[in-house]
Write a protein of this length. Sequence first.
Length: 232
Amino acid sequence: MGIRFFWLTLMLIAGPSHATSEQDPWEGFNRGVWRFNEIADRWVVRPIAVGYKAITPDIIESGISNVFRNVNSVPTALNNLIQGKPGRAGQDMARFVFNFTFGVFGLYDIASDIGLPIHEEDFGQTLGVWGLPQGPYMILPIVGPSTVRDTGGWLVDMQYELYSLITPESDRHYTQVLRVTDLRAGLLRLDGIAPGDQYLFFRDAYLQRRAGLVRDGRRDETSQDDFITDDF
């Protein structure tokens, strides 16, 4: 149901954090977009993902996932560098180089085998590290859950993703479709996982997870929520 953020929130099983009205002042509008995204997923994205998984051998599916994850190491490294974490940025670039060369363009995750960790950084997190408030929660059409800060960060990220180097433009679009399909296929087993009001479940999970990513998993001492751990 989302191209960039929403698939990641599907991996969370979290109790509600009861976001305040200040965090979600546009709930009525957001729920309308949520319903639109749910329909798009039910009738378009999910069926394509089901077909993709059915016809793609596991070894090829795993290789495709590895390639996309490896490509993401480059913007992750840039954001770690901007955040003042050169050590993590160096690990990210080492991951990219090892996987691209010894891992056959990233088809094999050699970097994980030698102990290089996988980080996840984007410009929305970078803005958070710099102290910019997240702003109101919002649901973007197709893209899914976000905040004002994360939406701005996403627009910046789009400008330096390696996918922008793919030519012709039609091939770039095909690559992005494959990327979304691969992400959705990997999460099919989690369909139906959310209890109760799914909008509230995923909103709270998203806000908690993003807060944890900005803090690199460090606990916020002002929060009573035990969900955020170092397992990010």
